[in-house]
Design a protein around this ligand. Sequence first.
Ligand code: SF4
Length: 614
Amino acid sequence: MKIDAMQIRRRVELEVLPRVERPGRYAGGELNSARGCGSDPSALRVVLCFPEVYEIGMSNLGFMLLYHLLNGIPGVECERAFAPWPDMERELSARGLPLYSLESFTPLSEFDIVGFSLSYEMTYTNILTMLSLGGVGRRTADRANSGPLVIAGGVCACNPEPLADFFDAFFIGEAEEGIVDIVEAARASKKRDSGKSALLNALADIPGVYVPSLCETFTTPSGLAAVSCGTRGNIKRRFPRDLDSIHAPPAFIVPGIEAVHDRIQIEIFRGCVQGCRYCQAGMIYRPHRERGPRSLSRNARDLFDAMGCDEISLLSLNAPDYSDMGELLDSLSAFAAPRRVSISMPSTRVDSFSEEVYAKLREVRATGLTLAPEAGSQRLRNVINKRVTEEDIMKTVSAASRAGWKKIKLYFMIGLPTETEEDVRGIAELVARMVETRGRSASRVKGKQVFTVSVSNFIPKPHTPFQWEPMDSMESLIAKKRILRGLIDRRAVKLDMHDVETSFLEAALARGDRRLCSVIERAWLSGCRFDGWSDMLKFDAWTHAFASSDLNPDLFARASMQPLSPTPWSHIDCGVSEKYLFLERNKALRGETTPDCGPRGGGCSGCGIDCSSK
Ligand code: SF4
């Protein structure tokens, strides 16, 4: 029996929210959220889904930009939905209530488009929860000619194959550049009532859109399934070349409950000039494109007036690479300092720490300093093209101490290609020298360690120079963690090390092919949810799901692929050429580095993006 939005809202508010954790996740009605959705029958209705809890989704700038972008298109209404925590899933299922949008409490099945933002492989089972609970068929085959268009985008779409059977289409690139084409195709199809298959063909003709059901898979020499889209060719990533030509929303929704990042986020530039060889974002978001300091500072003021947060975060892959940082900080500090609003920079390359910039930051109650040496030896830093020396690192630690920083976070990775035990021990030795540089007694402030060392496990991601390399074995990673735990002095340093099983699964899902759809579905049917939360991960259930699909996760996570041979993702062209990735891989294995690219670096290193073309 069909239940309307009003009934859903009433029953959820009366029967469900009193019984679940953090009911604010599911209540909607926040400041700056869209109003009056569902009242215009001619509108194209889109529900934007984030397959994680509300607090995480609401902190995702890409998700919020897309929400405001879609609501800015005339005749389009965009609403939101987030993955329900297991208690909410249980309460809704027990009452036969569907997952609904926060703006109008409309079931997902009643929208024209159900769009997913994909930023982390370990959220894939949550996608199936949202589709199923929302009354939308899980697989494209279940929605052949009825129901909403189910489409996805985001960083994980650069290898869409593990999800190919669940999505009608994927958008490859930055939404500002293609979303209008997709909306217009969907609007035309709705008007003509031309049916899903005609819509999918129309979408497949839009540059940047991949329709898996219209492409064939074939088996590669390494036993993986690659894809051919026939005459349509590879799917080219789309991206805006001039960020200042894109309208920056003057307001974002103010979360109803505290979000993970409860602050104003402004994106100062996209892309990166550095070319770290393990970094997927550094490759797939090329080229480096900046917003002007005046438009950024204007936008920050508008956002402050509309949201009133006490922190402004300057988002990018490495903030000090921003060419007008001095001017930007001057104009931001002028209005932030008197209002005691702090300014933060989430990630900073060790050798680009400028005392002048950080002195400015300190003026406005800055938060913490984040540095990413990544590897413990110079040899391995050269292999991954992290061109920072130990001298740079020690200089930064001393400067940060002189500047009065009380929290310094350091990122390292283990399991990198060519890594030796000596390199792993090098991490502990480097950290010990940092503590010495700061002074052992000064390494604890108010009983807390100044240094936090976060050690993650290297995952060879698609569209990087290391995409063909196998991930290290779980046994080897566990042994390396044991070495670090034994060597690093936890009185002076807080040590966080990522879970190996989670990283191994992430690698299999990141490098998998279309056969993983059945694995993900089996894992979901056996109760897997929120796999990215270490206390929620059911590794045995995943192992069983692989086995019941006659697949071994090693085939994907630990595959050593023949360079330049087809991979499950080689039909997706992110702009950086396979040839460039291959050359960078070989330089890595020879321990050679490549300078920053672009006008302020070593010039163009020919990655294939062709920055010169407008
Ligand atoms: S085309 Fe050249 S300058 Fe542009 S991103 Fe690639 S390497 Fe850098």
